[in-house]
Ligand binder design. Structure first.
Ligand code: SF4
Length: 496
């Protein structure tokens, strides 16, 4: 357990994120300085460390104590209330103290945000040289040169693709549809996903509510160009054949698809795929699917609650190829419980033989809404939190498969404090993955748990409008969800 003592909550999230980057999954208790006195020395000994931040208008004191003994401390000058100037300096100083204390260097240094490529994208836009951009990552955030170069490589790839595709922020938009059902719930899942067996009877009402939302989205965007549809969740293919067919008829029926550049459906769980469902996806002109195994070790699949075997994954992949899919992605996770480097090697060697068009490598994240968080004490000793070598191995395999990194993002409490990264063969990149990361166009979200992200290029910000995550709530309050969107985009109503 970690104790965080601070006399202001202004940087609470930043400090928590920085500490958690060193101690993923650890419990953290926050206190005010005046309450610390109530902790006796004995209790103090129970904390792995005590991190104190005492903010002052002129200078801020940071210190790390172990068993009530000060181990490292530092002062940062400047007015802490000037968040814009102070935040990065505070994070960097906190990172340096924690790094000294633990003896560890984190690959991304003091960067804890979701989009590490943002700095490189801004640098490219401002006309900075590659060298300047890399130095910025190293000096301001203490990121390693390797990660700085990776972020720059991805940022360049994204910029080139957006230019080649002539993406226009005002004219173009993307559509995301959420199907929050899966065959079973994975141990690490933090999404609003429900077992389809017990939610089957709600599907017709869910699809009905979804239809009103899709009709609304198509109407408000009738003058614009829909360039990407992404159906995710959850696992859309966990729907029965008839429901899946209905969903795709609705998803495509209301929209002008003449400008569509891609149409992705996550068929993530092999245990949800049938030849008939693949035919339905083909019939509706889905261009890209994702079939994921996460690992090829059956014992791990059991532990993580995926209810399918590696053999089922191989069969599903073959079925998809036979059905004519020419753009298939597959996901794997580094750092799964009980997995070692050789397990990752075995998984990747199977995947290489399948020749997918893209590979997404996630790092295990211990998210608040996941059962893994609750059961962490059971699994902690079996999780390989140092996934650096696994990621390096995946990068090697991706290179051999003719793929290059094209998008990435980071999460809190991520194993190895690394990143999730997508590799693809040239021309097989998923545009939606890049659009959502770089906030290049509006993305209209439909369904329970989906978020709409409206990009304001003038103000340079993004407005988020979230739907309810609860399926019943979404069904019964669909009009309220539409009203929330109306508030942001104007009170537009579909004429009767
Ligand atoms: S397949 Fe994905 S969405 Fe479904 S339970 Fe597993 S992690 Fe969650």
């Amino acid at each position: 357990m970690i104790l965080l003592v601070q006399n202001s909550e202004l940087y609470n999230n930043d400090l928590r994120a920085m500490i958690m980057a060193f101690y993923p999954g650890e419990k953290l208790t926050a206190m005010k300085p005046m309450d610390v006195a109530s902790i006796g020395r004995e209790l103090h000994n129970e904390f792995t460390l005590c991190f104190t931040a005492l903010f002052d208008e002129k200078r801020t004191l940071l210190k790390i104590e172990e068993k009530a003994m000060v181990k490292f401390s530092a002062y940062i000058s400047g007015d802490f209330t000037d968040r814009k100037k102070f935040r990065n300096r505070l994070k960097l100083a906190s990172y340096q103290l924690l790094s000294e204390f633990t003896g560890r260097v984190l690959p991304w240094g003091s960067l804890t945000g979701v989009r590490p490529t943002k700095i490189a994208i801004n640098g490219i836009r401002a006309g900075f040289s590659d060298e300047d951009i890399i130095t910025e990552y190293e000096r301001r955030y203490a990121a390693t040169t390797e990660k700085a170069a990776l972020a720059l490589q991805v940022a360049k790839k994204e910029t080139a693709i957006f230019e080649a595709e002539e993406i226009d922020t005002g004219r173009d938009y993307a559509l995301y549809i959420d199907i929050p059902f899966c065959p079973s719930r994975c141990l690490y899942c933090s999404f609003a996903s429900h077992p389809i067996a017990s939610y089957k009877y709600k599907v017709p009402d869910y699809l009905k509510a979804l239809e009103s939302e899709l009709q609304f989205i198509s109407y408000v965007n009738r003058e614009r160009r829909l360039i990407s549809i992404y159906i995710g969740g959850g696992t859309p293919t966990s729907l029965g054949e008839l429901s899946l067919d209905n969903l795709l008829t609705t998803a495509t029926g209301y929209f002008d698809l003449s400008h569509l550049k891609e149409f992705t459906v996550e068929a993530g769980r092999p245990d949800s795929i049938t030849a008939e469902k693949l035919e339905i996806l083909k019939k509706h002109k889905v261009t890209r699917i994702s079939i994921n195994t996460q690992t090829m070790k059956d014992a791990t699949l059991k532990v993580i609650g995926r209810a399918h075997t590696s053999e089922q994954f191989l069969r599903a992949f073959e079925m998809a190829r036979n059905a004519g899919f020419k753009n298939i992605n597959t996901d794997i996770i580094a750092g799964l419980p009980m997995e070692k480097l050789q397990d990752m090697d075995r998984t990747l060697s199977y995947i290489k033989r399948l020749r997918p068009e893209s590979l997404t490598v996630h790092s295990l994240a211990i998210k608040r809404a996941a059962s893994l968080r609750e059961e962490l004490d059971t699994y902690r000793d079996y999780i390989n939190f140092d996934t650096k070598e696994m990621h390096a191995l995946a990068a090697e395999y991706a290179k051999h498969m003719g793929m290059k990194p094209y998008y990435m993002y980071r999460q809190k409490n991520i194993a190895g404090n690394l990143e999730n990264i997508g590799y693809a063969k040239p021309g097989m990149e998923c545009l939606y993955n890049m659009l959502i990361m770089e906030e290049k166009t509006d993305i209209f979200g439909a369904g329970a748990g989906a978020s709409t992200k409206l990009v304001n290029p003038v103000r340079g910000n993004v407005e988020r409008i979230a739907n309810s995550k609860d399926v019943d709530d979404y069904i019964s309050r669909i009009e309220e969800m539409l009203d929330k969107k109306r508030e942001s985009i104007g009170n537009i109503r579909i004429p009767d």
